[in-house]
Design a protein around this ligand. Structure first.
Ligand code: UTP
Length: 296
């Protein structure tokens, strides 16, 4: 079956309270990861998977996001006048990356509520959701695999990652059954951020989803759950339990993922990505070794 998915939805309307005050006047999706805002990595990933139609769900401070994917004439002409074509290319690149649309969430009532705002734009077709908190290494494609599984099984697909038991309370955790494919499981249960020691498995949902449009009618009636927010996980559980909805499957991701969702993981993500870069790695690696040994 040919995948029909063309649209990516990127929720970016959260308050980003863990990063205050940096996120006082800027969405957390605009925080730089080395020298690119987190959201640019995510848009690049969507485009790489063939999704050129990107809908961002925005909240307060959306101007920074819109400006990043728009022309910046003054800066461009200054760089042009200087003959700095390398920097000019960096400024121009995000503008032509994708066909970017925006819709407001209004009140940030939760990820499920943010996804519901995509209904009009998405219509009656499967679509991808990508969260800026997770950066997936382009060398380990995940979204392409999820789109393929969605097409083959006509199901809803989430990305799963094995996490240590000490971290299960930070994620939506899945109960699963094996399928005939090594990296694909069928989801039979889901619980959002279970208390420590009560997780049904160590398979955590990370920020990539390929959803069937039936999710919208479920989200319309999903009551606020954990943290008083309308949780996408709760709607997915209903979908998993409804045989007519095609079920929910998980693709178990075993590649490189950089978590930028909280402060410590964000710092680690920047270091991990920077040490591998040709322009920064050669100087950063020896410095890092020396710095690390000085900590002892
Ligand atoms: P998070 O819970 O990680 O984001 O939501 P947050 O609420 O902004 O973070 P903290 O805890 O206050 O620091 C995951 C994703 O869902 C989006 C966020 O922007 C983030 O990309 N989101 C969350 C929305 O778009 N709307 C919401 O109401 C909630």
């Amino acid at each position: 079956m040919t995948p029909t998915i063309t649209k990516a939805v990127i929720p970016a309307a959260g308050l980003g309270t863990r990063f205050l005050p940096a996120t006082k006047a800027m969405p957390k999706e605009m925080l730089p990861v080395v020298d690119k805002p987190a959201i640019q990595y995510v848009v690049e990933e969507a485009v790489h998977a063939g999704l050129h139609d990107v809908l961002m769900i925005t909240g307060r401070n959306k101007a920074a996001l819109e400006n990043h994917f728009d022309r910046m004439y003054e800066l461009e002409s200054t760089l042009e006048a200087k003959g700095d074509s390398e920097k000019l290319a960096k400024v121009e690149y995000p503008t032509d990356l994708a066909d970017v649309h925006y819709v407001r969430q209004g009140d940030p009532l939760g990820l499920g509520h943010a996804v519901l705002r995509a209904q009009m734009h998405v219509g009656d077709e499967p679509f991808a959701v990508l969260l800026g908190d997770d950066i997936i290494d382009p060398r380990d494609p995940l979204l392409e695999r999820m789109i393929a599984v969605q097409g083959e099984r006509d199901t809803t697909v989430v990305a799963l990652l094995e996490v240590p038991p000490s971290q299960t309370h930070l994620y939506g955790i899945a109960t699963v059954e094996q399928t005939d494919e090594d990296d694909v499981v069928r989801i039979t249960g889901l619980v959002e951020k279970p208390p420590q020691g009560e997780a049904p498995s160590n398979l955590a949902i990370i920020g990539r989803y390929v959803l069937k449009p039936g999710i919208f009618s479920i989200l319309e009636r999903t009551e606020p759950g954990k943290g008083g927010e309308i949780q996408l996980t709760d709607a997915l559980l209903e979908m998993a339990n409804d045989p007519t909805a095609g079920g929910v499957h998980g693709v178990v991701f075993r590649g490189r993922r950089y978590d930028t969702g909280d402060r410590l993981d964000y710092i680690k993500a920047i270091v991990q990505l920077a040490v591998e870069r040709d322009d920064l790695g050669p100087d950063l690696r020896p410095w890092l070794r020396e710095f690390a040994s000085s900590l002892d």
